[in-house]
Ligand binder design. Structure first.
Ligand code: DOR
Ligand code: ZN
Length: 438
């Protein structure tokens, strides 16, 4: 008699090689068997007969704000939101207060995560002009998913904008560096034009297509010069997507859920709750993002979950804080895109699990296969639900998607063989672990 800790019974598995209806047996936190497990016993059996079993989805781009302001978000609340939204792991950005830029701060964060995280976590380390030559050492530290470079300024004080410093960063280390790519010089040059304020849609005019495209052209030229892989975060323009499709020798591509879902009509409807960097743009760019989904240019889809206090979102533009919550809503909204026929469940597993695992080199993540971590997102494609502010676990308490109906909903989350969420409730205790990277 085969014995497992958990059996996921009768679900439609989203495997790398296609969809199959089969059981999954889990032992010691890992996938131990895939197939017909009719005679087997397990401490826990999850009936997945009406569900799609996806590999545990990963949001490779979240800002959980700790250390920072616990009234906005913490690691505990942000990872609780993640598992409620169907995610098995998140990679946490370093632009906290203070920013995470040293060994000591990484050690603090590693220690702090234990017992507080509901899902697994990878940690970014931030580049500053003072740690450029240490980046190779920092990226090799345990649980670091990547170095993050803000080549254009956004929330927080991290910024490395000039070619000489960027080249020095690229020459220290060898893993893919993640970039916020908006040309800082162009942003600063255009800023005075907008000091008088105005409607929120001016955000997309100030931080225009050329700011993003110029930033990306500069970074790719330096990446080629130094031979250093570049992962361009939140690519937001048709121009960059076309350009990066011809730069696969050095480049990989992240696109955000927001840029696949919202266009500039959102500024009038949502005001400050539509303001993020890089900005939400017009329908031409959204169409290009879906074309890049279809043609394989996109490696990763993330949320850029960036909670802010309501008071800061409601300041008149340009003082409006930039950033939108998203860690809890990315899976429901991507499942809705699947239901609408915009991508397949296989492509969803590619951009939210295999893609992040490949780009960042996450160990044991990326696919449903024997020996891999027993991380699963259980999707009910028959469920239809409306996203509400009241469902949001982040203390800031808002989502730009309140009122949006989703066809398809995450019903459960399994993290390394432990049920972390079922039907809107977190289960057990916060037992997320730090992800290991190659
Ligand atoms: O809109 C954004 N918000 N873009 C970023 O690059 C940072 C983020 C934040 O941390 O608030
Ligand atoms: Zn971000």
């Amino acid at each position: 008699m085969q014995r497992f800790d958990m059996i996921l019974k009768g679900g439609t598995l989203v495997l790398p090689w296609g969809q199959e209806q089969a059981d999954v047996g889990v032992r010691d936190g890992r996938i131990a068997a895939i197939g017909a497990l009719a005679g087997a016993e397990a401490a826990t059996t999850l009936d997945c007969a009406k569900l799609h079993v996806l590999p545990g989805l990963i949001d490779a781009h979240v800002h959980l704000r700790e250390p920072g302001d616990p009234a906005v978000e913490t690691i505990e609340t942000g990872t609780r939101a993640a598992v409620l939204g169907g995610l098995a792991a998140v990679f946490d950005m370093p632009n906290t207060a203070p920013s995470i830029t040293s060994s000591e701060q990484l050690a603090w964060k590693r220690d702090f995560v234990r017992g507080r995280a509901w899902c697994d976590m990878g940690l970014y380390v931030g580049a500053t002009k003072k740690n450029l030559d240490d980046l190779g050492r920092l990226e090799a530290e345990a649980n670091v998913c990547a170095v993050k470079i803000f080549a254009g300024s956004s929330t927080g004080d991290l910024l490395v904008e000039d070619d000489a410093s960027l080249e020095r960063a690229m020459r220290s280390g060898r893993r893919a560096i993640c970039y916020h790519s908006e040309d800082e010089y162009r942003l600063q040059e255009r800023r005075p034009l907008y000091e008088g304020g105005g409607p929120h849609k001016l955000h997309a005019e100030w931080r225009d297509v050329e700011a993003a495209f110029l930033g990306t052209r500069r970074l790719i030229a330096l990446a080629r010069k130094t031979g250093r892989p570049a992962h361009i975060l939140h690519v937001s323009t048709a121009e960059e997507l076309e350009f990066l499709g011809r730069a696969r020798d050095v480049a990989s591509v992240e696109v955000l859920l927001n840029h696949l879902t919202q266009t500039d009509e959102a500024y009038d409807r949502l005001g400050g709750y539509a303001v993020m960097n890089p900005p939400i743009r017009d329908a031409r760019h959204m169409a290009a993002a879906w074309a890049a989904m279809a043609n394989g240019t996109i490696d990763v889809v993330g949320s850029d979950h960036a909670p802010h206090a309501r008071a800061n979102k409601e300041k008149p533009w340009p003082a409006t804080a930039a950033g939108l919550t998203g860690v809890q809503t990315i899976v429901p909204l991507m499942l809705d895109h699947v239901s609408a026929g915009r991508l397949s469940l296989s492509r969803l597993a590619d951009v939210m699990c295999a893609g992040p695992a490949r780009v960042y080199g996450a160990v044991g993540k990326g696919r449903i296969a024997v020996g891999y971590d027993a991380d699963f997102t259980l999707a009910d494609m028959g469920a239809s639900r409306v996203i509400e502010d009241s469902w949001i676990a982040s203390p800031c308490g808002w989502t730009p998607f309140a009122g949006t109906r989703c066809q398809g909903w995450p019903k459960g989350t399994v993290v390394r063989g432990k049920l972390a969420m079922m039907e809107d409730s977190v289960v057990g205790e916060a037992s997320g672990e730090l992800v290991r990277f190659r």
